[in-house]
Design a protein around this ligand. Structure first.
Ligand code: MSP
Length: 510
């Protein structure tokens, strides 16, 4: 941020099942933000990975006839591969079974132990293994069901190690008072604050009956509760992502944690308390996005209403999925995934409004100016102003994490360019030699507007943006946001036929 660096994270995903569109959503949104900050020429560290310990993973492994480690290896690789296919530019992929992570978790636990906030006690409560969490009786749905997964919870009673979370109430409230926007959106900030005000119970941070985990350093008969192990990934990754370097000096604390609301309490209540106990700075901000729904329900393995991202990517290309999710799921709110909605945005917006615009502009420059973009005549001042305003709105939108609005603004510019083609009707101007200057001005403005659009959309549809820049005769890697300034492109560039950026697709079933 202000210090020219930006550290952002996704949750680390459980390796109990294949990734679905819901996981893809978080990774894509994180990647869009990471790319935006790279466009601002900041030093970005983008972390994602997998959460591999605990009862949930052990149970899923047993169900597949695998050892937990085999299960973790197979499924972690699928999440990693998905990241590649999504075009995610993460700088590291952490696995909580990395020996470096495990050793670092033990070191941190020692530190917590020394802080005096760890004690031995016994606990009984309603546990949901899918959430890896205890619930109060009052949180359960009728029939003793987990409020998130709607599956039966079980009574678990153990002697464990506890973290004195209750002692952090005042310090957490002070944090909330000092930093009214550290949890976004506001409704989630209020929700988390209420959890703290209502009172916090101490947290059991070890498990006596779970073998698949990091041993508690001073009591190796117990393993570290998977959520404690997992949360610290945000710290441990920086300690070993670059061998021989400790990136915590440069990148701690995180600028942004991204997640859905299912794990709000862990991040907005428990995590800052753990960091305070460990003597580490708390993150600067977290953004809690909504759920991708299918059939009115959160898409999840437990509910069974998952959509596999791969067939959509194969048929439509990755940029189409990125664009669809950014537009369809308003950042911070729930949104519904449908194959019809996907096709509609693809055909109506990407193919028709953007793809056709490019083809028209390139072919007019080909036909009327032998493929060379005319020099700026200064004839389209108004459009130049709109480009500048859009770039500012985009930057401000991203700074507020109002991504959907930011991208809508750019799309308005795409529509403006389409209207400009109709209004100026270059095909008529071309018939009148006296209006050659006007035609030059318009063709320049269309190419320049599209160049700016391509740069501004690059975080969302990177591959397509690069193709647009190439078609316009521009350097496809010249995507810093300041380069979206009017007239900043390569002058009098030679356009190239672009082909179909978004070709027609046979429908895919969700
Ligand atoms: N392992 C924990 C997180 C530990 S982070 C220190 C976990 N894993 S998870 O595999 O269940 O992933 C949860 C996260 O995946 C959500 O917070 C969200 O980011 C993403 N999503 C999973 N399903 C989703 C939707 N249906 N919609 C939106 N995001 C979804 O919790």
């Amino acid at each position: 941020m202000a210090d020219g660096r930006f550290y952002l994270t996704t949750p680390i995903y459980y390796v109990n099942a294949d990734p679905h569109i819901g996981h893809a959503y978080t990774t894509i949104m994180a990647d869009v933000i990471a790319r935006h900050h790279r466009q601002l020429e900041e030093e970005v560290f983008f972390l994602t990975g997998t959460d591999e310990h605990g009862a949930k993973i052990a149970a899923s492994a047993a169900a597949e006839g695998r050892t937990p480690r085999e299960q973790a290896d197979v499924l972690s690789a699928r999440f990693r591969d998905l990241g590649g296919v999504l075009g995610a530019t993460n700088d590291f992929f952490i696995r909580t079974t990395d020996p470096e992570h495990e050793a670092e978790v033990q070191r941190i636990l020692e530190r917590l132990h020394e802080s005096g906030d760890i004690y031995r006690g016994s606990y009984g409560g309603w546990y949901c293994t899918a959430s890896e969490t205890f619930y109060a009786e009052s949180d359960l749905l009728e029939g003793r069901l987990c409020p998130v997964h709607k599956t039966p919870v079980e009574w678990v009673e153990e002697e464990n190690w506890f973290f004195r979370l209750s002692a952090y109430r005042d310090r957490l409230l002070a944090l909330y008072d000092e930093r009214p926007d550290w949890v976004l959106p506001q409704a989630r900030y209020n929700e988390a604050r209420r959890m703290i005000e209502l009172g916090l119970e101490d947290l059991s941070i070890s498990r006596a009956q779970v073998e698949w985990g990091v041993p508690v350093p001073w009591d190796p008969g117990q393993t570290v509760y998977v959520w404690i192990d997992a949360l610290f990934n945000y710290w441990t990754a920086l300690r070993y992502a670059r061998p021989g370097e400790d990136l915590t000096a440069r990148f701690w604390p995180p600028d942004l944690h991204l997640m859905a609301k299912d794990i709000l309490k862990f991040h907005a209540v428990i995590w800052p308390a753990l960091l305070m106990a460990a003597g580490l700075e708390v993150p600067r901000r977290m953004m809690i996005h909504g759920y991708v729904l299918k059939g009115g329900e959160k898409m999840s393995k437990t509910t069974g209403n998952v959509v596999d991202p791969f067939p959509f990517i194969d048929a439509y290309g990755i940029d189409a999925l990125r664009y669809y999710l950014v537009r369809e799921v308003r950042f911070g709110e729930d949104g519904t995934f449908t194959a019809e909605g996907f096709e509609a945005r693809y055909a109506g917006e990407l193919a028709n409004e953007l793809g056709n615009l490019l083809n028209r502009v390139v072919s007019m420059i080909g036909r009327y100016r032998e493929g060379v973009v005319p020099a700026d005549t200064g004839g389209e001042r108004e459009l130049a102003g709109e480009v500048a305003r859009t770039a500012t709105a985009l930057r401000e939108g991203f700074a507020r994490l109002d991504l959907s609005r930011a991208v809508e603004e750019v799309w308005r510019l795409v529509q403006r360019l389409n209207r400009l083609v109709e209004e100026r009707a270059p095909w008529s101007l071309a018939k009148d030699p006296a209006r050659a200057g006007e035609l030059d001005g318009t063709l320049f403005a269309l190419a320049e507007g599209l160049r700016a659009v391509a740069i501004m959309l690059w975080p969302v549809i990177p591959g397509s943006s690069e193709r647009i820049l190439e078609a316009l005769g521009q350097d496809p890697h010249d995507v810093a946001l300041i380069r979206a300034a009017w007239g900043a492109g390569r002058p009098e560039a030679t356009v190239q036929p672009a082909g179909q950026l978004f070709p027609r697709v046979e429908e895919v079933a969700a």
